[in-house]
Design a protein around this ligand. Structure first.
Ligand code: KG4
Ligand code: ZN
Length: 358
């Protein structure tokens, strides 16, 4: 069974083919970094236009790479939300058109489910598992119970973790997207302990019983720390120290939240060998991965993080989610409407302030 997946919900245009054995036959990702860099963030209209311009060629190339013709496809899946609606429409319409012309099933995929199911594509991980989903738009703790079945235990009350990396990076004079830039410059910090003493940043929500996150206070603290630096050009070594402390603080909060969530997971699911998954763009961060891995090691919990090329947005995860949904008996009509908001757990209690990020 060969599934073509399409991803266009943010600033990556991607097309991929995956088969039922979880083999990635092709996975092409075109980043629009240059288009958006001058604006310091993703401009929705520019993103949508760039998807229109590039998607058809990427699809052709992905089919070529996979060595397949359209007649060899058994299904097409496309991200149909959540995300920037203009871009989502581009991938969704292309997917529907291919499904209609080939008379094959169309599957509308929730982008978050793509991230959530990635460890099943890469490692064949069985349900249920605890999931820390950390991306540019979302920061949630969920239990993945099955395809289409998620329980949201925590969410951010304000900014998402990736958004916080991006905003903090901008305040520190670094480029967009901020996550990789912060990681890079943080690795130049010579003495972590001294840096922490120098810039003690707050760790919002750390120690709280509920499993939510909050990052806007941390962002403000970074702004104040930058403002307190000596006048004139920012010194690279100062920014390296501050970036190190910022990254360490985010990792600290994640470890604290996950430790609590693991306690709850262990007591509710009573598994012999529980598993924690981190996924989404921020899961590419090596400091965060290392800290979570250490937490799991200490608790006898299996730890899964996607290979780096599958952390950020890519269509292989969308093709795989499409395959899993087809196998579970789901399929969508060509009248499926794109969903700019699409929670994985529609029954989760609303959180004050969480709004869009829920
Ligand atoms: O999942 P993703 O590619 O797109 C969304 O669905 O949002 O996540 C993008 C986010 C950006 O905010 C980016 O700065 C962050 O992931 N990111 C990182 C790293 N690489 C990407 N954050 C921290 N460390 C990284 N190495
Ligand atoms: Zn994503």
């Amino acid at each position: 069974m060969n599934i073509l997946g399409l991803e266009t919900s943010c600033d990556e245009t991607s097309a991929a083919v995956v088969n039922e054995r979880g083999e990635i036959l092709s996975n092409l990702v075109l980043s629009q970094l240059e288009e958006h860099r001058a604006f310091g963030g993703v401009v929705p209209e520019i993103a949508a236009r760039a998807h229109v311009e590039h998607l058809h060629r990427l699809i052709e190339a992905a089919m070529d790479d996979a060595g397949l013709g359209f007649e060899d496809l058994d299904g097409v899946s496309a991200t149909c939300g959540p995300g920037l609606i203009g871009g989502v429409m581009v991938g969704m319409m292309a997917g529907k058109a291919i499904a209609a012309s080939q008379h094959i099933p169309f599957v509308a995929v929730n982008h978050l489910e793509g991230h959530a199911l990635t460890p099943r594509l890469t490692d064949g991980l069985a349900f249920p598992y605890l999931l820390l989903l950390v991306s540019g738009g979302h920061t949630q703790i969920l239990v993945a119970e099955g395809v289409g079945r998620y329980r949201r235990w925590g969410t951010t009350l304000d900014d998402a973790a990736g958004e916080c990396f991006d905003k903090a990076a901008k305040l520190m004079g670094l480029n967009y997207p901020g996550g990789p830039e912060v990681q890079k410059i943080a690795s130049e910090c010579k003495d972590g302990e001294a840096a922490i003493k120098r810039f003690g940043l707050p760790a919002p929500m750390k120690g709280r019983a509920e499993l939510d996150f909050s990052f806007s206070g941390l962002k403000t603290a970074v702004r104040l720390a930058v403002e307190a630096l000596p006048e004139g050009d920012l010194q690279r070594s100062d920014i390296a120290d501050l970036a190190y402390v910022f990254q360490d603080t985010v990792a600290d909060v994640m470890v604290d939240r996950c430790a609590r969530a693991l306690d709850k997971f262990k007591s509710e699911y009573k598994m012999a060998s529980p598993a924690l998954v981190v996924s989404g763009g921020v899961s590419a961060n090596s400091a965060i991965r290392a800290r979570l891995e250490a937490l799991c090691f200490g608790q006898g919990v299996r730890f899964y993080a996607p290979p780096l090329k599958l952390c950020g947005d890519n269509a292989a995860m969308i093709a795989w989610a499409g395959y899993e949904r087809l196998r579970a008996g789901y399929q969508d009509g060509l009248d499926f409407k794109a969903r700019p908001r699409w929670p994985l757990d529609p029954d989760a209690a609303p959180r004050h302030g969480a709004g869009v990020k829920a």
